[in-house]
Ligand binder design. Structure first.
Ligand code: ZN
Length: 470
């Protein structure tokens, strides 16, 4: 009997294989042997990623009156990263295996050991390098590569990516690839206040790439060095911070379950211990999803206090306080940050939607994606590709529907094979034009989840699908 962890790693392997087979995610630079922990989104992956991002933007920005959008550059004045503390505090505890020279992140290895032995994270003191090193010994953590337990001491490793600007390489030209997207929002906060009618409480939202020179990269697109983030910096009166933090926890959870269709019992909140928290936070809650390897972080809500604005005010010499237009009260706002990794959320959605089922016609693999984020909404088939009448009616219906919906036309192989393919892409509906269609102007509409087929008049299709997709 295979044990649970074998089954779970088999599921991950199958999901990764499906991603490549069906054009969701490819290994980067594959013809050159790939590139460590770097992936590219294929035709269906890019649609799914865009749908997640658009859904977030509509829900969190367009449907609210207190959140404004922003898109800042990846390159910033290096002083930003000095003020934010990233050049000094943005470090990972690095440790080497003396036997095989594997380089690992000590804290992640400890977390992993706690997860497998089902021990509470609170049983370990993460506050210092010495304490984490002690935990490595106490938990008898072995090298994941060679199995030996012969570790070096832990040292700090800064994960900001450095690069150079200009034609002459030199110390003065060092710039950084942004380690987080939040700083762009902090340094534009004053411009937004001055150029819009924003009043506290209000938020700034942006999504984009961030870069971290991670020591440990693993689990497909879960932890990579280049990744997509989506977050809001929500500026509040300091005393209202706890209440707003709760509000955003609820909002983020609802978005994952209601808009992305992730099962509620596969998600939970975990409060980070003070030792785990980032240097800027005085309270962080991780939203964790039950991945095949266990609960792991997909998003978080943090109370960043006035840490960032205070540091930027000090280092830039620009007054960043806010004056309430009614009470004239003057203060530095606190910031509540609901954030999530888009790539992780993409993987969360795939894991939650992925199912292997036994049906009357044998095994099938299906992605039961929420209808509103599925990369393809409808697929249109002629029953046979060598019957011009069927093909021409199917093409006519396809041309009409694709004005309104994301559609695909498929006349390859038999209908059964086309269903299997659309099931694996997660297409909610398939329409088949058959010989009856030529006389009575009806088609078969097949539901992905129930596999039930219903006859429907061509004239009613648009109305019907308008109701299925919001
Ligand atoms: Zn080793």
């Amino acid at each position: 009997m295979p044990n649970n962890s074998d089954i779970n790693s088999k599921i991950m392997e199958n999901i990764i294989a499906l991603c490549k087979r069906r054009g969701f995610v490819y290994p980067s630079s594959e013809i050159y042997g790939g590139f460590s922990a770097t992936y590219d989104y294929g035709p269906y992956g890019v649609e799914l990623l865009k749908n997640i991002k658009d859904n977030w933007w509509n829900f969190m920005v367009r449907h609210r009156s207190d959140v404004l959008g922003l898109d800042t550059a990846i390159f910033m004045n290096p002083k930003v990263w000095e003020a934010s503390g990233h050049t000094t505090h943005f470090t990972d505890p690095l440790m080497d295996c003396k036997n095989c020279k594997a380089r690992v992140r000590a804290d992640k290895l400890v977390e992993e050991a706690l997860r497998t032995t089902k021990k509470d994270f609170k049983t370990v003191d993460f506050s210092s390098k010495t304490a984490v090193r002690q935990a490595i010994d106490d938990l008898m953590v072995a090298c994941p590569q060679c199995g030996k337990k012969d570790w070096t001491e832990i040292r700090d490793f800064n994960t900001l990516f450095e690069t150079y600007q200009g034609v002459v390489k030199g110390q003065q030209d060092i710039i950084y690839l942004r380690g987080e997207i939040a700083q762009g929002m902090f340094v534009q906060y004053k411009n937004i206040l001055n150029s819009t009618r924003a009043r506290i409480p209000f938020g700034i939202a942006q999504s984009g790439k961030a870069f971290r020179n991670e020591v440990t990269v693993q689990r497909f697109i879960f932890r990579t060095r280049e990744f997509n983030l989506a977050e809001i910096e929500y500026f509040v009166k300091p005393k209202e911070a706890p209440e707003k933090l709760e509000f955003w926890k609820k909002t983020l959870f609802d978005w994952h379950t209601k808009n992305l269709g992730v099962a509620e019992n596969h998600l939970h909140w975990r409060e980070q211990t003070p030792d785990e928290r980032a240097h800027y936070s005085n309270g962080t809650f991780d939203l964790e999803y039950q991945f095949p390897w266990g609960f792991d972080e997909v998003g978080a809500v943090a109370n960043r206090t006035d840490y960032d604005l205070k540091n930027h005010q000090e280092k830039s010499g620009v007054n960043l306080t806010y004056t309430d237009p009614v009470t004239q009260e003057n203060y530095l706002p606190f910031v509540i940050e609901p954030t999530f990794g888009l790539d992780r959320t993409f993987l969360e959605i795939l894991c939650d939607a992925y199912q292997e089922e036994t049906t009357a016609n044998g095994q099938r693999t299906v992605l039961k994606l929420h209808k509103n984020i599925a990369p393809i909404q409808l697929a249109v088939f002629p029953l046979l590709r060598n019957k011009p009448d069927l093909v021409s009616l199917a093409q006519k219906i396809f041309a009409q529907l694709k004005e309104k919906f994301v559609c695909e036309f498929d006349d390859n192989g038999n209908v059964g094979k086309r269903y299997r393919r659309q099931d694996e892409i997660g297409t909610p509906y398939c329409l088949t034009v058959d010989f009856d269609s030529l006389t009575d102007q009806t088609v078969t509409v097949r539901d992905r989840d129930t596999m039930q087929q219903t006859r429907m008049a061509v004239s009613q299709l648009e109305d019907f699908f308008n109701k299925q997709f919001i």
